[in-house]
Design a protein around this ligand. Structure first.
Ligand code: CMP
Length: 148
């Protein structure tokens, strides 16, 4: 991880990534973006926003009712986040590999979460878990004018 890699051959795919409030507060957003660039992702779109509760609830609606949901919404609205559309062949899976396990205690060395997560909820980054989720998540946050 962290080394320059050549882009794989194949059609490019988009995935949605979020740099979460704990990572923004620690001032490591640039380091995380560099990890994506060094791994061969192209930054298709990026913006910094402070989510409102209804936006965080809508984004994470599949988790509504789970024990961690309210804490997740409180955390995701506690400060600004970066929203990114990352492009690369196989971007969804490649970003999941680069982020590491959701639970930072289980994340492999060199992954973003191993380096920058503070807890299971404050796990530094989000990445789409499938192409279908990526499409929903990208259109949730970005309109066509923001995706050149
Ligand atoms: P993320 O990839 O953004 O998707 C859902 C988020 O819920 C997850 O990262 C964590 O920030 C948070 N979370 C908190 N507790 C759990 C849990 N037990 N299982 C999965 N996700 C959790």
């Amino acid at each position: 991880m962290g080394q320059t890699q050549n882009l794989e051959v194949g059609p490019s795919e988009n995935t949605l990534a979020i740099i979460k409030p704990n990572a923004v507060k620690k001032n490591v957003a640039g380091k995380i973006i560099s990890m994506w660039e060094d791994a061969g992702f192209y930054i298709q779109a990026i913006k910094k926003v402070w989510l409102m509760p209804h936006q965080a609830r809508g984004f994470y609606r599949e988790h509504e009712g789970k024990p961690f949901f309210e804490g997740l919404i409180e955390f995701m609205t506690s400060g600004p986040v970066y929203l990114l559309v990352l492009a690369a062949p196989g971007a969804v899976q490649r970003n999941r590999d680069l982020m590491g396990a959701t639970d930072p205690a289980k994340a492999a060395d060199g992954t973003i979460r191993k380096l920058f997560a503070d807890s299971l909820t404050q796990n530094a980054v989000h990445g789409s878990d499938s192409l279908k989720s990526a499409e929903r998540e990208i259109s949730f946050f970005f309109n066509t004018f923001e995706l050149p």
